[in-house]
Design a protein around this ligand. Structure first.
Ligand SMILES: [Fe+2]
Ligand SMILES: [Fe+2]
Length: 162
């Protein structure tokens, strides 16, 4: 039920070739596509439980909160990208979709308090919180699997030593 409703809300974005291209972008050890989808699904589930009024707009903005490609940056260093990407994601989203004030604030404030606008709506606080929790989960998962791989390689090397 949740899944069907969620898919109806975001179908046009998920079918958009530019959005599909986020599959090529690495983000927290996974793709930016998967990260964005996870943030949107989690936002939708929590918003639904809270009976949030603007659930559709909020879910769509959550999906678009990191809507940018690395190639859109030129000289900026990775840490500058961290600060600049919410503005860029909002700009990209506006070029493709009808974005209202709530959605613009959700996208631009998702890095708060690190950088960008302050969340002005409870929906923006929700997406910002969900993004952080999801990012920590993804980074931890990535690092955990990296550690396992290093240990497997180490043990393998040890075993083939003579
Ligand atoms: Fe982000
Ligand atoms: Fe994010």
């Amino acid at each position: 039920m949740y899944k069907k409703e969620f898919n109806t809300i975001v179908k046009d974005i998920l079918d958009n070739e530019k959005f599909i291209n986020l599959n090529q972008e690495l983000h927290h050890g996974i793709t930016r596509y998967d990260h964005s989808l996870r943030v949107a699904k989690t936002t939708y589930k929590i918003g639904k439980k809270l009976r949030m009024k603007n659930l559709e707009e909020t879910t769509r903005a959550a999906l678009l909160h990191d809507y940018y490609t690395d190639s859109q940056f030129k000289e900026e260093k990775p840490n500058e990208r961290l600060y600049l990407h919410p503005e860029l994601a909002a700009k990209n989203a506006k070029e493709e979709y009808q974005i209202n004030a709530l959605q613009e604030n959700i996208i631009k404030s998702h890095m708060f308090p690190l950088k960008g606008e302050k969340p002005k709506y409870k929906e923006a606080w929700l997406v910002s919180g969900v993004d952080k929790i999801v990012a920590i989960y993804e980074m931890y998962r990535f690092k955990a699997s990296l550690m396992v791989n290093i240990w497997v390689l180490f043990l393998f090397n040890l075993l083939i030593q003579k």
